[in-house]
Design a binder for this molecule. Structure first.
Ligand code: BT5
Length: 235
């Protein structure tokens, strides 16, 4: 596991593309990002004290693209497991890979495909102060516990957890067990949400996360399944 530590960079997901002799498990950690990215052009606020890192996972040709659609869930759940090991708090898993606590987001994941690798970018609000712009929707672990965390150590633990979980999940039964755990902390369950399916905005009540990684949503009298989508929770 090679760890590249940076003071400041636009985005660790961008920087990792430029490192030489890329190997699975390489990690880039930055103290700050000037252009932290979320999905679909969303911004990720990346001030000092947050865990901001990306790592490489080699694509395995034996694993189909459908199976990889659950990668997002596995990464999110791995973050959850590490946070739970740090502090036994009431963390929730928000499909497809965010971690929430007290109805606010503490962690997000951005996965990109790059040549023979997946770049997995993770942001966790650990020791950072939350900027005013997102005070209503975001939270930092230190705001809850008052503790200071070792960012590099937490990042490494998350990367190790992802690799470990991927190995373990090669056995289908283990995936069923993990999915059960994920569903027991499913933040969206029972909530009225708006979600894009085939570019049409649908409104419904979120149900379970399915074996395929899709989310079940009750729309009118119908049960529909959704793939990774942009979700809004109605408050
Ligand atoms: C994500 O996107 O949640 C993916 C975030 C991934 C960030 C990491 S940091 C290391 C690596 N390098 C990068 O450039 N990115 C990755 P998405 O699901 O689109 O959520 C983005 C939304 O989360 C924003 O539109 C805000 O509403 C909210 N948000 C932004 N910054 C936040 C923060 N620091 N904490 C909590 N919520 C935040």
């Amino acid at each position: 596991m090679r760890v590249f530590k940076l003071k400041e960079i636009d985005s660790t997901n961008n920087y990792i593309k430029s490192i030489e002799n890329k190997k699975a498990g390489d990690i880039v950690i930055a103290e700050k990002q000037t252009l932290g990215r979320g999905r679909r052009g969303n911004k990720w606020f990346s001030n000092e004290g947050a865990a901001l890192f990306s790592f490489l996972l080699e694509k395995d040709k034996r694993i189909s693209i459908e199976e990889y659609s659950i990668l997002s869930l596995i990464v999110g759940y791995s973050v959850y497991e590490v946070l739970k090991e740090l502090d036994k708090l009431d963390f929730k898993f928000k499909w497809t890979n965010d971690i929430y606590i007290k109805d606010k987001k503490i962690s997000g994941v951005l996965i990109e495909s790059f040549k023979e690798f997946f770049i997995i970018g993770i942001g966790v609000n650990l020791n950072n102060n939350i900027p005013n712009e997102i005070k209503d929707i975001a939270i930092s672990l230190k705001d809850i516990t008052g503790k200071k965390y070792d960012i590099e150590c937490v990042a490494k633990k998350i990367v190790e957890k992802v690799f470990y979980n991927i190995e373990v999940l090669k056995n289908r039964e283990n995936w069923e067990k993990m999915l059960e755990n994920i569903n027991s902390i499913n933040y969206l369950f029972g909530k009225r949400i708006e979600i894009y399916g085939d570019r049409i905005l649908e409104t419904g009540i979120a149900g379970d996360i399915l074996e395929s990684g899709e989310l079940e949503v009750f729309v009118g009298g119908e049960i529909k399944k959704f793939n990774i989508g942009e979700i809004h929770i109605e408050r």
